[in-house]
Design a protein around this ligand. Structure first.
Ligand SMILES: [Zn+2]
Length: 353
Protein backbone atom coordinates (compact mmCIF):
# COMPACT_ATOMS: atom_id res chain seq x y z
CA UNK A 1 0.00 0.00 0.00
CA UNK A 2 1.10 3.54 -0.64
CA UNK A 3 1.53 5.85 2.29
CA UNK A 4 -1.63 5.47 4.43
CA UNK A 5 -3.88 8.51 4.28
CA UNK A 6 -5.91 10.28 6.97
CA UNK A 7 -9.65 9.81 6.65
CA UNK A 8 -9.10 6.89 4.27
CA UNK A 9 -6.87 4.38 6.04
CA UNK A 10 -7.05 5.78 9.54
CA UNK A 11 -9.32 8.23 11.35
CA UNK A 12 -8.46 11.85 10.68
CA UNK A 13 -10.19 13.06 13.83
CA UNK A 14 -11.91 11.91 17.00
CA UNK A 15 -15.19 12.34 15.12
CA UNK A 16 -13.96 9.92 12.47
CA UNK A 17 -12.81 7.54 15.16
CA UNK A 18 -16.20 7.30 16.84
CA UNK A 19 -18.00 7.06 13.51
CA UNK A 20 -15.79 4.25 12.23
CA UNK A 21 -15.59 2.09 15.33
CA UNK A 22 -18.91 2.02 17.10
CA UNK A 23 -19.20 -1.78 17.34
CA UNK A 24 -16.85 -4.72 17.89
CA UNK A 25 -17.65 -5.88 14.35
CA UNK A 26 -16.29 -2.57 12.99
CA UNK A 27 -13.08 -3.07 14.95
CA UNK A 28 -12.77 -6.68 13.82
CA UNK A 29 -13.13 -5.60 10.17
CA UNK A 30 -10.37 -3.06 10.61
CA UNK A 31 -8.04 -5.57 12.30
CA UNK A 32 -8.75 -8.05 9.51
CA UNK A 33 -7.76 -5.46 6.93
CA UNK A 34 -4.58 -4.61 8.86
CA UNK A 35 -3.58 -8.23 9.45
CA UNK A 36 -4.38 -9.55 5.99
CA UNK A 37 -4.32 -6.54 3.64
CA UNK A 38 -4.22 -8.88 0.63
CA UNK A 39 -6.74 -11.34 1.99
CA UNK A 40 -6.67 -14.18 4.50
CA UNK A 41 -3.34 -15.94 5.06
CA UNK A 42 -3.47 -19.14 7.11
CA UNK A 43 -1.30 -18.77 10.24
CA UNK A 44 -0.82 -22.57 10.32
CA UNK A 45 0.31 -23.31 6.75
CA UNK A 46 0.74 -19.82 5.20
CA UNK A 47 -1.67 -20.72 2.42
CA UNK A 48 -3.61 -17.76 1.06
CA UNK A 49 -7.34 -18.05 0.75
CA UNK A 50 -10.00 -19.28 3.09
CA UNK A 51 -13.66 -19.31 3.96
CA UNK A 52 -15.25 -17.02 6.45
CA UNK A 53 -17.35 -19.12 8.82
CA UNK A 54 -20.67 -18.13 10.34
CA UNK A 55 -19.03 -17.26 13.68
CA UNK A 56 -16.65 -14.78 12.03
CA UNK A 57 -13.66 -17.11 12.08
CA UNK A 58 -11.76 -18.22 8.99
CA UNK A 59 -11.16 -21.71 7.68
CA UNK A 60 -8.08 -22.40 5.57
CA UNK A 61 -8.96 -24.01 2.23
CA UNK A 62 -5.65 -25.89 2.26
CA UNK A 63 -5.19 -27.37 5.74
CA UNK A 64 -8.65 -26.79 7.15
CA UNK A 65 -7.49 -25.08 10.33
CA UNK A 66 -9.77 -22.46 11.81
CA UNK A 67 -8.63 -19.17 13.19
CA UNK A 68 -9.91 -15.74 14.12
CA UNK A 69 -8.49 -12.35 13.24
CA UNK A 70 -7.41 -11.78 16.83
CA UNK A 71 -5.91 -15.24 17.46
CA UNK A 72 -2.16 -15.10 17.84
CA UNK A 73 -2.14 -11.31 18.30
CA UNK A 74 -2.09 -9.17 21.44
CA UNK A 75 -5.92 -9.29 21.34
CA UNK A 76 -5.91 -13.08 21.71
CA UNK A 77 -8.57 -14.34 24.16
CA UNK A 78 -9.24 -10.85 25.43
CA UNK A 79 -12.35 -10.38 27.55
CA UNK A 80 -12.27 -6.64 26.95
CA UNK A 81 -14.50 -5.53 24.04
CA UNK A 82 -12.55 -4.46 20.96
CA UNK A 83 -14.31 -1.09 21.06
CA UNK A 84 -12.63 -0.49 24.44
CA UNK A 85 -9.27 -1.65 23.06
CA UNK A 86 -9.66 0.73 20.13
CA UNK A 87 -10.65 3.62 22.38
CA UNK A 88 -7.62 2.87 24.57
CA UNK A 89 -5.39 2.86 21.49
CA UNK A 90 -6.91 6.14 20.33
CA UNK A 91 -6.14 7.79 23.68
CA UNK A 92 -2.69 6.20 23.75
CA UNK A 93 -1.85 7.65 20.33
CA UNK A 94 -3.92 10.79 19.87
CA UNK A 95 -2.49 12.76 22.77
CA UNK A 96 0.97 14.17 22.24
CA UNK A 97 2.16 12.67 25.52
CA UNK A 98 -0.02 9.60 25.71
CA UNK A 99 -2.14 8.72 28.72
CA UNK A 100 -1.65 7.18 32.14
CA UNK A 101 -3.47 4.01 33.19
CA UNK A 102 -5.38 5.96 35.82
CA UNK A 103 -6.58 8.58 33.31
CA UNK A 104 -7.52 5.84 30.87
CA UNK A 105 -9.50 3.99 33.54
CA UNK A 106 -11.41 7.19 34.34
CA UNK A 107 -11.88 8.33 30.75
CA UNK A 108 -13.21 5.02 29.47
CA UNK A 109 -14.91 4.09 32.74
CA UNK A 110 -13.04 0.81 32.81
CA UNK A 111 -13.90 -1.25 35.91
CA UNK A 112 -10.42 -2.07 37.05
CA UNK A 113 -7.16 -0.18 37.09
CA UNK A 114 -5.33 -3.42 36.24
CA UNK A 115 -7.31 -3.79 33.01
CA UNK A 116 -6.42 -0.27 31.89
CA UNK A 117 -2.82 -0.75 32.98
CA UNK A 118 -2.47 -4.07 31.14
CA UNK A 119 -3.99 -2.70 27.91
CA UNK A 120 -1.49 0.17 27.82
CA UNK A 121 1.37 -2.20 28.57
CA UNK A 122 0.29 -4.54 25.79
CA UNK A 123 0.41 -1.60 23.40
CA UNK A 124 3.86 -0.64 24.73
CA UNK A 125 5.11 -4.16 24.22
CA UNK A 126 4.47 -4.05 20.45
CA UNK A 127 6.18 -0.73 19.77
CA UNK A 128 9.64 -2.05 19.02
CA UNK A 129 9.41 -3.37 15.48
CA UNK A 130 11.71 -6.37 14.90
CA UNK A 131 14.44 -5.50 12.44
CA UNK A 132 13.93 -1.76 12.69
CA UNK A 133 16.61 0.36 11.04
CA UNK A 134 19.63 1.39 13.02
CA UNK A 135 20.47 5.03 13.55
CA UNK A 136 22.87 6.59 11.05
CA UNK A 137 24.75 9.75 10.21
CA UNK A 138 26.03 11.68 13.22
CA UNK A 139 24.95 10.00 16.44
CA UNK A 140 25.55 11.11 20.01
CA UNK A 141 25.83 8.31 22.55
CA UNK A 142 25.84 8.54 26.33
CA UNK A 143 24.56 6.69 29.34
CA UNK A 144 22.48 8.10 32.15
CA UNK A 145 20.46 7.08 35.19
CA UNK A 146 16.73 7.47 34.63
CA UNK A 147 13.76 6.81 36.91
CA UNK A 148 13.76 6.18 40.61
CA UNK A 149 11.63 9.24 41.30
CA UNK A 150 8.83 8.68 43.77
CA UNK A 151 6.35 11.53 44.32
CA UNK A 152 4.95 9.83 47.43
CA UNK A 153 8.14 10.51 49.30
CA UNK A 154 8.64 13.96 50.81
CA UNK A 155 10.51 16.24 48.45
CA UNK A 156 10.22 13.72 45.63
CA UNK A 157 13.26 11.84 46.88
CA UNK A 158 14.39 8.88 44.91
CA UNK A 159 13.43 5.48 46.20
CA UNK A 160 14.97 2.34 44.82
CA UNK A 161 17.51 2.26 42.08
CA UNK A 162 17.53 4.37 39.02
CA UNK A 163 18.02 2.49 35.80
CA UNK A 164 21.24 2.87 33.87
CA UNK A 165 20.09 3.73 30.35
CA UNK A 166 21.99 3.96 27.09
CA UNK A 167 20.84 6.85 24.93
CA UNK A 168 21.65 7.43 21.27
CA UNK A 169 20.31 10.27 19.14
CA UNK A 170 20.95 11.39 15.57
CA UNK A 171 22.09 15.01 15.47
CA UNK A 172 21.39 17.14 12.43
CA UNK A 173 23.39 20.06 11.06
CA UNK A 174 23.14 22.88 11.84
CA UNK A 175 20.67 21.91 14.55
CA UNK A 176 17.84 19.55 15.44
CA UNK A 177 17.51 15.82 15.98
CA UNK A 178 16.63 12.76 14.00
CA UNK A 179 15.63 9.51 15.67
CA UNK A 180 16.67 8.22 19.09
CA UNK A 181 17.04 4.94 20.96
CA UNK A 182 16.98 4.25 24.71
CA UNK A 183 17.84 0.90 26.25
CA UNK A 184 18.67 -0.19 29.82
CA UNK A 185 22.32 -1.18 30.24
CA UNK A 186 23.72 -3.80 32.59
CA UNK A 187 26.89 -1.84 33.33
CA UNK A 188 29.40 0.62 31.90
CA UNK A 189 31.84 -1.94 30.55
CA UNK A 190 33.25 -1.74 27.03
CA UNK A 191 31.44 -4.99 26.14
CA UNK A 192 28.04 -3.57 27.13
CA UNK A 193 28.61 -0.18 25.51
CA UNK A 194 30.00 -1.67 22.30
CA UNK A 195 27.00 -4.00 22.06
CA UNK A 196 24.66 -1.05 22.56
CA UNK A 197 26.37 0.89 19.75
CA UNK A 198 26.44 -2.11 17.38
CA UNK A 199 22.79 -2.98 18.01
CA UNK A 200 21.51 0.52 17.40
CA UNK A 201 23.88 2.36 15.08
CA UNK A 202 24.78 1.60 11.48
CA UNK A 203 28.52 0.99 10.89
CA UNK A 204 30.16 3.90 9.12
CA UNK A 205 28.27 6.43 11.23
CA UNK A 206 30.00 9.11 13.25
CA UNK A 207 29.60 8.16 16.91
CA UNK A 208 30.09 11.03 19.34
CA UNK A 209 30.81 10.10 22.96
CA UNK A 210 32.50 11.53 26.01
CA UNK A 211 35.99 10.44 26.98
CA UNK A 212 34.90 7.34 28.97
CA UNK A 213 37.28 4.42 28.40
CA UNK A 214 34.37 2.03 27.74
CA UNK A 215 33.86 3.72 24.37
CA UNK A 216 37.41 3.31 23.15
CA UNK A 217 37.76 0.75 20.37
CA UNK A 218 34.66 1.92 18.47
CA UNK A 219 36.77 2.80 15.43
CA UNK A 220 37.86 -0.85 15.20
CA UNK A 221 34.16 -1.77 14.95
CA UNK A 222 33.74 0.34 11.83
CA UNK A 223 32.57 3.61 13.33
CA UNK A 224 34.07 7.05 13.00
CA UNK A 225 34.59 7.69 16.69
CA UNK A 226 34.48 11.30 17.82
CA UNK A 227 35.50 11.17 21.47
CA UNK A 228 34.99 14.47 23.25
CA UNK A 229 36.99 14.89 26.37
CA UNK A 230 35.41 17.06 29.05
CA UNK A 231 38.82 17.89 30.41
CA UNK A 232 40.01 19.13 27.01
CA UNK A 233 36.84 21.18 26.57
CA UNK A 234 37.30 22.76 29.98
CA UNK A 235 40.90 23.55 29.11
CA UNK A 236 39.66 25.30 25.97
CA UNK A 237 37.23 27.24 28.14
CA UNK A 238 34.17 25.61 26.54
CA UNK A 239 30.91 24.70 28.26
CA UNK A 240 31.19 20.96 28.97
CA UNK A 241 27.39 20.62 29.20
CA UNK A 242 27.10 21.22 25.46
CA UNK A 243 29.50 18.41 24.51
CA UNK A 244 26.63 15.96 24.19
CA UNK A 245 23.70 18.36 24.12
CA UNK A 246 21.49 15.94 22.15
CA UNK A 247 21.47 13.05 24.59
CA UNK A 248 21.03 15.42 27.52
CA UNK A 249 18.01 16.93 25.79
CA UNK A 250 16.49 13.46 25.24
CA UNK A 251 17.12 12.51 28.86
CA UNK A 252 15.47 15.65 30.20
CA UNK A 253 12.46 15.27 27.86
CA UNK A 254 12.11 11.67 29.06
CA UNK A 255 12.25 12.64 32.72
CA UNK A 256 9.74 15.42 32.16
CA UNK A 257 7.38 13.00 30.37
CA UNK A 258 7.65 10.39 33.13
CA UNK A 259 6.87 13.03 35.75
CA UNK A 260 4.12 14.64 33.68
CA UNK A 261 1.96 12.00 32.00
CA UNK A 262 2.85 9.27 34.47
CA UNK A 263 3.45 11.45 37.55
CA UNK A 264 6.63 9.54 38.25
CA UNK A 265 4.70 6.41 39.22
CA UNK A 266 6.70 4.07 37.04
CA UNK A 267 8.22 1.01 38.68
CA UNK A 268 11.85 0.30 37.80
CA UNK A 269 11.06 -3.05 36.20
CA UNK A 270 8.62 -1.38 33.82
CA UNK A 271 10.81 1.56 32.92
CA UNK A 272 12.09 -0.13 29.72
CA UNK A 273 8.56 -0.28 28.26
CA UNK A 274 8.01 3.39 29.07
CA UNK A 275 11.31 4.20 27.39
CA UNK A 276 10.08 2.30 24.32
CA UNK A 277 6.93 4.40 24.35
CA UNK A 278 8.90 7.63 24.67
CA UNK A 279 11.18 6.64 21.78
CA UNK A 280 8.17 5.66 19.64
CA UNK A 281 6.59 9.08 20.27
CA UNK A 282 9.79 11.02 19.84
CA UNK A 283 10.66 9.34 16.55
CA UNK A 284 7.20 10.15 15.19
CA UNK A 285 6.93 13.64 16.65
CA UNK A 286 6.73 15.23 13.21
CA UNK A 287 3.98 12.89 12.03
CA UNK A 288 1.32 15.02 10.37
CA UNK A 289 -1.58 13.14 11.88
CA UNK A 290 -1.96 11.51 15.28
CA UNK A 291 -4.30 9.04 13.58
CA UNK A 292 -1.25 7.74 11.75
CA UNK A 293 0.16 6.56 15.09
CA UNK A 294 -3.12 4.84 15.88
CA UNK A 295 -2.80 2.99 12.58
CA UNK A 296 0.84 2.05 13.24
CA UNK A 297 0.20 0.76 16.76
CA UNK A 298 -2.73 -1.43 15.65
CA UNK A 299 -0.71 -2.65 12.69
CA UNK A 300 2.07 -3.71 15.08
CA UNK A 301 -0.51 -5.15 17.50
CA UNK A 302 -2.01 -7.59 14.97
CA UNK A 303 1.43 -8.80 13.90
CA UNK A 304 2.68 -9.31 17.46
CA UNK A 305 2.42 -12.54 19.43
CA UNK A 306 0.08 -12.61 22.42
CA UNK A 307 1.47 -11.01 25.58
CA UNK A 308 0.53 -12.79 28.79
CA UNK A 309 -0.44 -10.81 31.86
CA UNK A 310 2.15 -12.82 33.79
CA UNK A 311 4.83 -11.49 31.47
CA UNK A 312 3.62 -7.94 31.83
CA UNK A 313 3.67 -7.82 35.60
CA UNK A 314 7.24 -9.14 35.60
CA UNK A 315 8.07 -9.45 39.27
CA UNK A 316 5.50 -7.23 40.90
CA UNK A 317 1.86 -6.45 40.51
CA UNK A 318 1.00 -2.93 39.36
CA UNK A 319 0.70 -0.51 42.21
CA UNK A 320 -2.76 -0.28 43.72
CA UNK A 321 -4.48 3.02 43.13
CA UNK A 322 -7.33 4.07 45.42
CA UNK A 323 -10.69 4.08 43.62
CA UNK A 324 -11.73 7.46 42.26
CA UNK A 325 -15.23 8.69 41.50
CA UNK A 326 -16.13 8.15 37.83
CA UNK A 327 -16.22 11.15 35.56
CA UNK A 328 -18.66 12.05 32.87
CA UNK A 329 -17.84 10.47 29.56
CA UNK A 330 -18.12 13.61 27.44
CA UNK A 331 -17.95 11.87 24.09
CA UNK A 332 -19.10 13.63 20.96
CA UNK A 333 -22.38 12.32 19.55
CA UNK A 334 -21.94 9.47 17.13
CA UNK A 335 -21.64 10.56 13.52
CA UNK A 336 -23.32 9.07 10.51
CA UNK A 337 -21.20 6.26 9.20
CA UNK A 338 -20.32 6.32 5.57
CA UNK A 339 -19.08 3.21 3.73
CA UNK A 340 -16.81 5.49 1.72
CA UNK A 341 -14.82 6.06 4.90
CA UNK A 342 -14.01 2.38 5.25
CA UNK A 343 -11.48 1.47 2.59
CA UNK A 344 -10.56 -1.86 4.21
CA UNK A 345 -13.97 -3.11 3.11
CA UNK A 346 -13.25 -2.27 -0.49
CA UNK A 347 -9.59 -3.24 -0.58
CA UNK A 348 -9.86 -6.22 1.77
CA UNK A 349 -9.69 -8.39 -1.33
CA UNK A 350 -9.88 -12.13 -0.96
CA UNK A 351 -12.51 -12.99 1.59
CA UNK A 352 -13.37 -16.13 -0.39
CA UNK A 353 -16.79 -16.92 0.81
ZN1 LIG B 1 -3.76 -23.62 6.43
Amino acid sequence: MDQPRAGVHYPASTGDFHAWFSTDADCLDYLEWLRWPDGFVCPACAHTGGWRLGDGRFKCIECGSRTSVTAGTIFDRTRTPLTVWFAACWHFTSGKDGISALSLKRTLEIGSYQTAWAMLHRFRSVLVRPGRDRLAGKVEVDEMYIGGHDPDLPGGRARGKKVLTGIAVEVREPKGFGRCRMVPLADLSATTLHTFVRDHIEPGSVVITDGWAGYSGLSKLGYVHDSRSQRAARARGEDTGSLLAGVHRIASLTKRWLLGTHQGSVADEHLPSYLNEFVFRFNRRTSRSRGMLFYRVLELAVSHDPVRYQDLIARRRPRRIPPAPPRKRGRPPSLQRSPANRPWRATGGNQSG
